[in-house]
Ligand binder design. Structure first.
Ligand SMILES: Cc1cc2nc3c(=O)[nH]c(=O)nc-3n(C[C@H](O)[C@H](O)[C@H](O)COP(=O)(O)OP(=O)(O)OC[C@H]3O[C@@H](n4cnc5c(N)ncnc54)[C@H](O)[C@@H]3O)c2cc1C
Length: 321
């Protein structure tokens, strides 16, 4: 057991910390070195107490949800890696024409959707196929085509830098395409409230069926990956000239540009640009974070040279450089 794990285990005897935990067993990409100390925690007050202790003792803290949108360095993550598994779901009650529901950050996004549909509510169906948890989805403001998760969020409860717990309004969350305030502030999302309209189970199930079919047809779902590596690219007059089929769109799909650049199937080590969806990289065996970094650099450089477009990453890098 390493020193940090010993310190934490002594301070919190009831928790089961693990030393040098191999994060590649957790990440959807199957990539990443060890966490110095690792813990899963689901009880709200315990999460708050532990986070405050880490702040007081200057222990580096990294929060994980489902680990589906992260690339963990091959050298691992120093400090404590805390996976939130607080997965409560509550129907709070009516709010005008809508119904307010509350979900823990550690609730799987797919289960959030299923429970809202079971409660006769509509709005979140397209997010059923987004892997990971509510906290991670809010951090990134998960999207399905042009539908953003934030359109359904009412407010978010966080632990702030000095351990204060507070609810943030929708405006305070500063949601944008693939962005939120949490990417800047590093506040920890504890739970969130969503406001949803009443629906019918049949209609919801039809929306889920359509979205699931679309994903299966367009995404390499059977292979380890982090979903889209790149965001869609804001459209420009230059891109509109080259690709008039997107002239009336705000964004040009990143995967389209990568495909047009002839990069489908491009590979570094065991990491490959998917043949099915060019914005996805897949791990074909024992790919590493270093391989991903090399392939990202190659793809960005080629797309820039060919089309003058700058691809931006959608995934989050964690750990030692
Ligand atoms: C096959 C596949 C399909 C995908 N499809 C989509 C899609 O359609 N739309 C889409 O938007 N994304 C998609 N993704 C990407 C990813 O699944 C989503 O962004 C997802 O919402 C990430 O959630 P997570 O819990 O796994 O986050 P993680 O990967 O665990 O974390 C992502 C980031 O959020 C931070 N974080 C996580 N939880 C918290 C918290 N409670 N408080 C503060 N910070 C936190 C982490 O520190 C990290 O920086 C897909 C991924 C895969 C593998």
């Amino acid at each position: 057991m390493n020193t940090l794990t010993q310190q934490l285990q002594t301070a919190f005897a009831d928790f089961s910390f693990q030393a040098d935990f191999p994060l590649s067993t957790l990440t959807y990409f199957k990539v990443g070195g060890p966490a110095e100390t690792y813990l899963e925690l689901g009880q709200r007050e315990q999460i708050i107490t532990l986070v405050r202790y880490c702040h007081e003792k200057n222990i580096p803290l990294t929060v994980l949800g489902g680990a589906s949108n992260v690339i963990v360095s091959d050298q691992g993550i120093p400090g404590l890696v805390l996976k939130l598994v607080n997965d409560e779901f509550t129907v709070v009650g009516k709010q005008g024409e809508k119904t307010l529901i509350r979900a823990g950050a550690g609730l799987k996004t797919a289960l959030l959707v299923k429970q809202t549909v079971d409660a006769g509510l509509t709005g979140l169906e397209f997010f059923l196929g987004v892997p990971g948890n509510v906290g991670g989805a809010i951090y990134n403001n998960a999207h399905y085509l042009e539908d953003l998760l934030s359109e359904h969020i009412y407010r978010v409860e966080v632990i702030q830098e000095h351990g204060e717990v507070t609810w943030l309004t929708w405006e305070e969350c500063q949601f944008g395409y693939d962005s939120s305030r949490f990417q800047k502030t590093k506040e920890i999302i504890l739970q969130a409230e969503f406001h949803l309209k009443s629906g019918t189970k049949e209609m919801s199930q039809e929306l889920i069926r359509r979205a699931t079919l679309y994903r299966a047809q367009t995404q390499p779902l059977g292979m380890p990956s982090s979903g889209c590596i790149f965001q869609n690219t804001p459209n420009t007059p230059e891109l509109k000239k080259q690709f008039p089929q997107f002239a009336d769109k705000k964004y040009v799909p990143g995967g389209f540009l990568i495909d047009q650049a002839g990069l489908k199937g491009a590979q570094e080590g065991d990491i490959k640009v998917s043949e099915k969806h060019a914005a996805f990289f897949v791990n074909t065996g024992s790919g590493t974070a270093a391989d991903i970094k090399k392939l990202i650099k190659r793809v960005k450089t080629t797309v820039k040279e060919k089309f003058g477009a700058s691809l931006q990453e959608e995934v989050f890098w964690l750990g030692r450089p």
